[in-house]
Every structure is written in structure tokens, then in C-alpha cells.
Design a protein around this ligand. Structure first.
Ligand SMILES: Cc1ncc(COP(=O)(O)O)c(C=O)c1O
Length: 315
């Protein structure tokens, strides 16, 4: 479908070129996607979300993202207004309207707006008021492709990751206070990315990405304190396919600073090499060999149709 709809009806054309959203039960251009200032998603970060990408006209690991989103919604005691088929149709509808072949596709569930007569301390009473918002916008890169050629500069943040028993990082959320503080540090240090250490003293994750370290040929990702990333799942599967040992394990700050290679993984950018951590240059300031192999295989697998669901652009 073209980005501009209804060209022959005489009605004003709708411009979908910046993306499409589904809000309060209707499709609207991305620029018109708005939520109320009274929604607890805004007022209290009482919200969960997920993001899947579309690459060369196909969703990547759509069912994994839908499963994680359903679990997150359940974990926050919210209720989706549609079943899985309905949700898939809405996401398809957003991408179809946008016409985007490479897209960042989000599904967001907010607590909604309380009825003034309800006691505010019981969020489960909001069932039925929970708001589902979905949108497709042009693909988002946490690390630009040019930087992925050389690798980014990472700092180990002095800001501790919020305790996982306070805010569960496996429920994808907007509690970005610690991440935002870490990003201020990134700015102050003229770096590109940050990784945060959990209160247990182990490496947790990065703002918007999981972190991996390579030690003696083995790829290691933290056990706790991080989102169970779908890209992280791909990394483990690709390692298995390529015969690279891989595991989730505790990583201390000192171990990370001494790693052979470091990379990040996220839907918004894929497998992203780090070539400097604090003062230490890794792999002569280039992506390490295992990182490079994983990065290349990850994108090649997209073109082979690995875990892809084609978008029905004409539906
Ligand atoms: C905090 C955090 N960790 C990890 C990730 C990576 O998860 P995924 O690979 O599922 O995109 C994200 C993605 O946005 C994230 O926000």
C-alpha cells in the first residue's frame, strides 16, 4: 500500500509516510497518536511495551515478541482488549498503512485513566480501562550502521541499575531514571553507550540493549537484572549454529573491563560491537572476530527468512 491513502476519493489524503498508529481502537497517522495526561502510563510509568522490527518487508521473531508482551501485560495485572490474532492484525495494519519495509513496531499497554470514584491504590481495578497503543515508525538504530563498522565507546556507569526486585527488568518498562542518568554520564564522558551494574555487583544491561562479553572464545550474557532480550535469544541460537560456546553467567565489573570482546544486542540495531570500554581499547579499536561473525550472520539470516513473518502489504 502506498504511504498516502485515499488518493481518488476527493477526501483529503492521509499522510502515513511518518508511520501509522493504532490508538483508542482506530488507525491514525503516527503524528496524531496521543495519550491523555491523566493516563497512569504517563503519570506513573505504569506501562509495559514491546518492540519488534520489520526488515526487508518481514517481521523478525514476531511470535517471541507477542509472547513476551502478553507475559508483561499479565505481570502488571493488566488485560489486553484483543487476543493474539487481533494484536498481530493491528501490528500488520500499522505496518501496512505506513508502507515501511524497515520499521520499529511497538505495542504499548498503559494502565489507563482511573475512574475518579475508584480507590487509587488498587491498579487492578483499572481492568477495562487499560489502553493498548501500537505503532510502526521508521527503523530505529541505537547504534548507527556506520558506527557498527568500527564499534562504539562504552562506559561502565557509576549509576547502579535499579534493583530487580523493585522494578522487574524482565517486564519491559519505561522506568528509565537510572538509564537516563547513565546517559548523562555518557554525554559527560564523550562516549557512545553505557552499561549499568546491578546492586548485586554484577553487570546488568545497557539503556535499550543487552550486553555480552567474550572470554576465551565463549560468549557470556548476564543472568539477572536484564530484560530477556529477543535479540539475546537470537545471539544464543546463532552461537549454537556457529559452534560458539555461550551461556548466561554472572559477570563482574572487573571481568567486563578485561573481556576479549564486548557487544550489545537489541531489536533497535541488532548486534552492536563495542571497541572501547572505559579507557581500554578492544581488538585494536575494531569489532572483535566473534562479534563480527555474529553480526554478519544475524543480518544474513534475516534474508534467509530465519524467524521471519512477511508483512501483508496489500491485505
Ligand atoms: C532495557 C533493555 N534491555 C534489553 C533490550 C533488548 O531487548 P530486545 O532484544 O528484545 O529488543 C531492550 C530493548 O529495547 C531494552 O529496552
Amino acid at each position: 500500500m502506498a504511504a498516502v491513502e485515499k488518493p481518488h476519493t476527493g477526501e483529503p489524503a492521509v499522510d502515513w509516510s511518518k508511520g501509522a498508529a493504532w490508538v483508542v481502537g482506530a488507525f491514525v497517522p503516527a503524528a496524531d497518536a496521543k495519550v491523555s495526561v491523566f493516563d497512569w502510563g504517563f503519570v506513573r510509568s505504569d506501562v509495559t511495551y514491546d518492540v519488534v522490527h520489520v526488515w526487508h518487508g518481514a517481521f523478525f521473531r514476531l511470535e517471541d515478541h507477542l509472547s513476551r508482551f502478553e507475559n508483561s501485560v499479565k505481570g502488571l495485572r493488566m488485560a489486553l482488549p484483543v487476543d493474539r490474532d487481533g494484536l498481530r492484525d493491528i501490528l500488520m495494519g500499522c505496518v501496512r498503512r505506513s508502507g515501511l519495509r524497515e520499521a520499529y513496531v511497538a505495542m504499548v499497554m498503559t494502565r489507563g485513566i482511573p475512574d475518579p470514584s475508584w480507590p487509587k491504590r488498587l491498579p487492578s481495578n483499572f481492568k477495562g480501562n487499560n489502553q493498548l497503543i501500537c505503532y510502526a515508525i521508521p527503523f530505529v538504530w541505537i547504534m548507527k550502521p556506520e558506527m557498527q563498522e568500527t564499534g562504539g565507546r562504552m562506559i561502565v556507569s557509576e549509576v547502579p541499575r535499579i534493583a530487580r526486585h523493585s522494578v522487574d527488568p524482565t517486564i519491559k518498562n519505561y522506568h528509565w531514571g537510572d538509564f537516563t542518568n547513565a546517559l548523562f554520564e555518557v554525554e559527560d564522558n564523550d562516549a557512545d553507550h553505557a552499561v549499568l551494574i546491578g546492586p548485586d555487583g554484577y553487570v546488568a544491561e545497557c539503556p535499550g540493549a543487552n550486553v555480552f562479553a567474550v572470554f576465551g572464545g565463549s560468549v557470556v550474557s548476564p543472568v539477572h537484572g536484564a530484560l530477556e532480550g529477543v535479540t539475546r535469544k537470537s545471539v544464543h541460537e546463532l552461537c549454537d549454529l556457529l559452534g560458539i560456546p555461550n551461556r548466561n553467567d554472572h559477570i563482574t565489573r572487573d571481568q567486563l573491563l578485561d573481556a576479549d570482546e564486548i557487544f550489545m544486542a537489541s531489536t533497535a540495531g541488532g548486534i552492536m560491537p563495542i571497541s572501547q570500554v572505559n579507557e581500554r581499547i578492544l581488538s585494536n579499536g575494531r569489532p572483535g572476530p566473534i562479534t563480527k561473525r555474529l553480526h554478519e550472520t544475524y543480518w544474513a539470516k534475516h534474508d534467509e527468512g530465519w524467524h521471519t513473518t512477511p508483512v501483508d502489504y496489500d491485505g
